[in-house]
Design a binder for this molecule. Structure first.
Ligand code: IPE
Ligand code: IPE
Ligand code: MG
Length: 227
């Protein structure tokens, strides 16, 4: 049997809070450590022969429900991290993109995001899409609204093309931390993806573990409804 090709990988980076709690730290410490894991994964994806896109769930539309101090910390961390991460994007030839409602962030953070996108737009080794203030139901509803406004027919193709996430099907979706749910992530784009759930908490996740997951994925029998 031919091996599955991995072009688009998506990850729900979960478990930062529990990682910190296990060590007696405050939750935000886990977010800081988790940000380092992103760098390792970006490098791995940039060097991987077939991965073209990696979409990482970083902040959901539901995450605003968290205590204000944690939300504020995440916003500041993102700003600081992105500025520092520019070196990584350049070093590994990674292009930075986002999906989600960025307008919900402060003007300063929006500026940082736009600037990093602009400065990495020419990179071609991998595209890293951070899902920020992202909710899949919102994305689908907005896409349908746009088509309705233009009085366009709503088909799988037109709706898919209207979504903010580039309409390439996701091959493999990994969620860390042992939770078995999607938490409003890419409902449309994950229709025929392979799923892998690991108990590892995101700050402990490594490129080596990703490699073993990919090894499992490439040998799976993807039937897409056929026989
Ligand atoms: C994922 O880790 C990061 C974000 C959602 C921002 P969590 O913060 O959800 O960590 P747990 O699930 O509480 O351990
Ligand atoms: C999903 O994780 C969102 C991100 C990883 C950014 P959550 O920790 O917010 O999801 P639930 O609450 O466990 O479903
Ligand atoms: Mg969580």
């Amino acid at each position: 049997m031919e091996k599955n090709r991995l072009q688009h990988l998506a990850i729900i980076m979960d478990g930062n809070g529990r990682w910190a709690k296990e060590r007696g730290y405050i939750r935000t410490k886990g977010h800081e450590k988790g940000a380092d894991t992103i760098r390792e994964i970006t490098k791995y994806c940039a060097e991987h022969k077939t991965i073209e896109t990696v979409t990482l769930y970083a902040f959901s539309t539901e995450n605003w429900k968290r205590p204000k101090y944690e939300v504020d910390f995440l916003m500041k961390l993102l700003d600081r991290w992105l500025k520092k991460e520019l070196t990584t994007y350049h070093k590994f030839g990674a292009k930075f993109e986002t999906v989600g409602n960025i307008e919900g962030f402060s003007p300063k953070l929006q500026e940082t995001i736009a600037s990093i996108k602009e400065q990495t737009a020419h990179h071609t080794n991998v595209t890293q899409i951070l899902a920020l203030n992202y909710g899949s139901r919102e994305e689908i509803a907005k896409a349908a609204t746009q088509l309705a406004k233009r009085d366009e027919e709503i088909t799988e193709e037109s709706l898919g093309a209207e979504l903010n996430t580039p309409y390439t099907d996701i091959d493999l979706m990994v969620r860390t931390s042992g939770e078995h749910r999607l938490s409003n992530f890419l409902l449309w784009q994950l229709s025929y993806s392979e799923f892998f759930f690991t108990k590892t908490l995101w700050p402990d996740f490594t490129a080596e573990e990703l490699e073993t997951i990919i090894e499992d994925y490439i040998h799976r029998n993807r039937r897409f409804g056929g026989v």
